[in-house]
Each structure stands twice: as structure tokens, then as C-alpha cells.
Design a protein around this ligand. Sequence first.
Ligand SMILES: [Zn+2]
Length: 428
Amino acid sequence: MDLDKQRQWFEQRLLARFLRYVKVETTSDKNMNTIPSSKGQLDFAAMLLQELKDLKIPNAALNTNGFVSATLPASAPSLKQQTIGFIAHLDTTPDLTGAHVKPIVHENYAGKAIALKRGIRLTPKASPALKNYLNRTIITSDGTTLLGADDKAGVAEIMTALEFLKNHPQIPYPNIEIIFTPDEETGRGMSRFPLKQIKSDVCFTVDGGEEGTLEIECFEAYSLKVTLFGQSIHLGEARGKLINAVELAARLVETLPKNESPQATDGRFGYYSCVELQASIERARLEILIRDFTPKECKRRIKVVTSIINSLEQLYPGARSNLEIKKQYSNMRQSLKTYPKLVTILEQAIRRTGITPKRTYIRGGTDGARLSEMGVPTPNIFTGGHNFHSYREWIALPAMVRATQTIIYLAELWFSFHETHGRKNEKQ
Ligand SMILES: [Zn+2]
């Protein structure tokens, strides 16, 4: 079917939704242990629940943790047994304010630098992708907050695709499950994911960046919690006796290879990063993150940290340590291998929107990485947004249209795909 003809409808629906969503403050809170970690996420979830009800999508529900879910039943009788899911997150990063977002719609973008408040400038030099949207609509914040395209663009795109599919039952599609999740940015939301309730064979997070990209790999991630114990004594009588845990911690941080830090690496190179440190003479606690695309490299780095800690105990006799190693998430590549045709269909769907798909990887994790680990392969689709977690965050409306169309084509392609290559056949 020709979705291009309906472009105006998509633009109008997406813009109205997106502008409404970004105005709800949904900043998550790292320091709260509740899920959701902030009330704004529940307000946004309630707003989406009402919209789903207005669209007459069955089973629309909101649970106490802020997960919004609904299922649009299959339009093709032969696909009643098939379910695919789409996921986006409700929260915005706690690193930058998301209160009182005032989105600015720049129609007919002329290709020049865009001046925002507080002297913040968005320039084609620093953001070359802007040039792809000459004479089209770009959306930014006013420069005093983030925009929130991460991931309200994803939410708007899923909602709009759902509305379109609901109104076009002549398109053959499987059951479409949608889940909006809280606290993606704090990494905590997925611990409460309603996995038992989910029927999807595969899911897609709509939480990526540049249009055309599909993210099928992410980091392997570990958190190392290190406790270093010193030995306290009155500082006046400390000679030859004091073991200062503050110094132990400083030495540990200083010894981590600086050429393998986040600020020194990119591409497929992983890193160590000490992200938290609390220290007093008696005791220091540190959190060190280990990231890499391969388990082997992560294990090598864990060994390095272990060996640095052991050497501290040698250098400061009497010092003691404790190390807790926690796996946070795995590279989704392994899980996607169980469903090899998945990436092919996704690329086909993107190509149908008129652009070239671009496989890429995430230097981080997504809710999809966690879900893949739980057994539901979940690659990440672009939203069209750029400069996430920044005052210069922006998104182009045509990219949002193509993200929405990708979701619709995916649903449609599922039909032809399963007619010829059902999952069972594939596994044989
Ligand atoms: Zn995101």
C-alpha cells in the first residue's frame, strides 16, 4: 500500500501527539527506588491509557509500576497466533531538566544555524544531518531544557501506527502488542517488566536515533561494586599505622587505564568508568562500570580491576577489600541470532519507506537488550531524533513519519513473511 499519499495525515497526527507528550514532565529520578521513580511518568501513562481507550484498542491497561499495555487484535485470520510487540519508554533522562519543555516547531527549515535561548546554537556543522531536512519541519526545545524526543518520539510513532492500523483493517497484520515502560533511563524499569503477560514472539523498541538506523547490537554490561577498608587512627599518632581508604580509592581510580575510558573511546572499543565514589578514612565505596561488545573483553577488564585491588592490598598491608560483580545486560546479538529473519524483515520495512537501512550498534543498552536476555528478541528501531540528553536535541518530522511507516510495514510484512517462512519452519 502507498503510505506516501497519506503523508500529511501522518505529519499532522505525529506533530500533535509529540507536542502534547513532550510537555508532560517525566524526568526519572536516580535516587528513588520506586518504579516509576517519578509521578510525572504516571501522569503521562494515564494520558496514554486514555488515548488508547479513545482509539478503542482492547485490553488497554496501566499497572501500578506505570507500565501501559494494549493489544490490537490481528486483522488476518491466519495471523491470529502471531504477536509482535512495540516498546517505547515514558521517562526522560535525569541528567538534564525535562520540566516546562517548550517545543519550537521550525517549519521550512532553511539550512542555517538555529539560535535557541541562553546562547545555545544548533548548527549544521555540529549536526550535519540537519541538511537532510531542508524546507522540512524540525522540532527543538527552546534551549533551556531537553526536548524529550528520547523517547516521546517513539511513543508518538507507535501510537500513530496503531491508530493507522486500527483504521485500516484491510492491511493484513498480526496481533500488535504495545508496551510503554517506565524508568528506562535509570535502567531500573525492566526489573518489573510484565513478562508473563506478554505474548509477543519478538518485540521492537522504538528508541533509536538517526532515521534509517536499526540497532541490533549493544554493549555487554557489568557493574563492579568495590568496598575498600582502611584502618583509622588519630591522625596525630598515625605514623606507620594509618591506612586511609580515601587514598586507596583515589589510587584505584587513578590506576584504571585512561585510554580505556568512555571519554577516550568510541566505535567498538569498550571501557572502564568509575561513576560513583564515597570515601572516608575507614571505608571507601566505588562503582565501576565495565562495557564492551564481547564477553571476553568484559572479563579481561574485570580481571584487571581485580588485580589492581589485590595489588592495593599488597601496597598497603592491612587494607582489605570486597568486590561484588553484577551483570547488568548482554549484547542482544546472541538473542537475535535465534530469529535470523528478523533483521531482514526490519530492513525490508525500512527500505519500503524510501530510505536505506543502516545497521548499527548502541554504545549502551536498551529495554530491548534486557528483554532479549529474557528470551524475546528485541532490536531497536530509529525514532529520527538527534542529540539525545542535550539542550540541542532535535527531531525532523519527515523522519518521524518514516519511523511510523516502518512500524506499519513491519506489521504488514509479518504476514507475507509468515506465509512463506513461519518461525517453526525456520527452526527446522
Ligand atoms: Zn531512550
